[in-house]
Design a protein around this ligand. Structure first.
Ligand code: SF4
Length: 57
């Protein structure tokens, strides 16, 4: 499962645009959140995050 470490996320939004299935949105605190029901585990977001806030767990 791909997850966002919200302690590291800087709200840049790059991952939101990178996701091929639009599984990532910014939450109420403007931090990235992955909808696990939509995510198909492409892991593109892991590569694009500039602060390595996204990882497979
Ligand atoms: S790319 Fe990384 S820092 Fe930017 S919004 Fe996504 S998780 Fe946060």
């Amino acid at each position: 499962m791909v997850k966002v470490d919200k302690e590291l996320c800087t709200s840049c939004g790059i991952c939101v645009d990178s996701c091929p299935v639009q599984a990532i949105e910014m939450d109420g605190d403007d931090l990235a959140e992955i909808d696990q029901d939509i995510c198909e585990n492409h892991q593109v977001c892991i590569d694009v995050c500039p602060v390595d806030a996204i990882a497979e767990e």
